[in-house]
Ligand binder design. Structure first.
Ligand code: SF4
Ligand code: SF4
Length: 224
């Protein structure tokens, strides 16, 4: 198969699990217990024949028209599933985009509770907080505070016994990995975190750095 990178690419996404469906000889990829993609292998050679993935029906139709190597889902519901020929001519970047979309379609179908859990579990070791604070640079990190992600929003920033409001908005309300995904960044909640002892200039400088970290983030275990 041309697309040797697939497994590594998919297993990097937050919460993805893999199993083998012996009867069909498929390697399946799930999020929250639901399949979003599979590598369908030939029974005799064990070589991949198709990469099957879920898309919104309109998108599936669009990509099938665009690429002759994308066909209706092999042995799957033809409305929601699509199969990319493993030795076809679909460019790597297009297939990566389709796999991102497939993950997102199924991720979005999960309950808020499941989505939050997946994002939180995948980011426990990540020093970049949901709002862009770099906990690894904070004097309290490992010194009374475990950091935003490890404490699930209950770090020293948050009010005693409560999750930080920004964290709750980002992770619980919107199910984002971090505020970098949000159109409202920087929002009122983020401005409300300004310490009264810090000048506007200093805060704006901090904010610029935080937004930069969020936009360029490579450390979060995200959906992409
Ligand atoms: S107080 Fe805790 S959560 Fe806040 S920046 Fe410092 S280490 Fe992170
Ligand atoms: S509104 Fe957006 S930027 Fe503000 S805390 Fe919520 S997710 Fe973050």
């Amino acid at each position: 198969m041309k697309y040797e990178w697939i497994e590594e690419f998919l297993l990097k996404k937050a919460g993805v699990t893999r199993d083998i469906q012996e009867e069909w000889n498929w390697i399946r990829f799930h999020i929250g217990g639901k399949m979003f993609a599979a590598i369908c292998r030939d029974d005799d050679t064990n070589e991949p024949v198709y990469i099957t993935l879920k898309l919104e029906p309109v998108e599936g139709e669009f990509f099938r028209k665009e690429y002759e190597d994308i066909i209706p889902g092999y042995y799957m519901n033809k409305v929601h599933w699509n199969s990319v020929k493993a030795d076809g001519n679909v460019p790597d970047e297009v297939l990566k985009d389709l796999l991102d979309k497939a993950y997102q379609v199924v991720f979005d179908s999960l309950s808020k509770k499941q989505r939050r859990q997946i994002i939180e579990d995948a980011n426990l070791d990540n020093p970049l907080s949901a709002c862009g604070a770099d906990c690894s640079q904070c004097g309290l990190f490992g010194n009374g505070c475990q950091g935003c992600n490890a404490s699930r929003g209950m770090g020293s920033h948050a009010s005693e016994g409560k999750e930080c409001k920004t964290y709750l908005c980002c992770r619980a309300k919107n199910c984002y990995v971090n505020c970098g995904e949000c159109d409202q960044l920087p929002c009122k909640l983020i401005y409300a975190t300004k310490d009264p002892g810090v000048s506007d200039e200093e805060f704006n400088e901090y904010l610029e750095g935080a937004i930069n970290r969020l936009k360029c983030d490579k450390t979060s275990q995200g959906k992409k």
